[in-house]
Design a protein around this ligand. Structure first.
Ligand code: IMP
Ligand code: MG
Length: 172
């Protein structure tokens, strides 16, 4: 059986999400925002974040898998579910649950630019910066976390634990 231990409490997470929402509301006060939420992991963060942004927001979802360094097609992006709204000339915020190697988010950013986005900011609630393989600028970051496998607040292990309200470290 897996052992699950809290790293970051629900209270700390929600306070941070509120702070990020305020920051985004300040930074974007001139214009509209299009949120592109990366499924499945960021569905909970996205739901909390958008309710802390006091501006008009459009929300779209995308699901992708990128092949990591362990496969031949390193960094190749496969879109499994695509956005259903136009992004041409729009200011986008890509919302992620966690940035690990950085491969997925940097390919998704390129993809949105290929579709004609005017700007693309990256917002992640967790950042495992030690594991980075591909340098990527993170515009809004909740917590830098240690190099542990984590679950909760949307993140899964074998499709489970996404519903935990806090962030936990999991050991097998
Ligand atoms: P990367 O930055 O391309 O390596 O991949 C990031 C994706 O890997 C995230 O969106 C998560 O879906 C998944 N991931 C990375 N680290 C963890 C973790 O500790 N727990 C759960 N999922 C993770
Ligand atoms: Mg993910």
């Amino acid at each position: 059986m897996e052992k699950v231990e809290e790293l970051i409490s629900e209270k700390e997470i929600l306070a941070k999400v509120e702070e990020i929402g305020k920051q985004i509301s300040d930074d974007f006060k001139e214009g509209d925002i299009t949120i592109v939420s990366v499924l499945k992991g960021s569905f909970i963060f996205t739901a909390d974040l958008v309710r802390n942004i006091n501006l008009p927001v459009e929300i779209a979802f995308i699901a992708a898998s990128s092949y990591g360094a362990s496969t031949v097609s390193s960094g190749e992006l496969k879109i499994r579910y695509d956005i259903d709204i136009p992004v041409k000339d729009k200011d986008i915020i890509l919302v992620e649950d966690i940035v690990d190697t950085g491969l997925t988010i940097s390919r998704l950013k390129e993809y949105l630019f290929e579709l004609g986005a005017k700007s693309v900011k990256i917002c992640t609630i967790f950042d495992k910066v030690e594991r980075r393989e591909k340098q990527v600028d993170i515009d809004y970051c909740g917590f830098v976390i240690p190099n542990e496998f984590v679950v909760g607040y949307g993140l899964d292990y074998n499709n489970k634990y996404r519903n935990l309200k806090n962030l936990c470290k999991i050991t097998m």
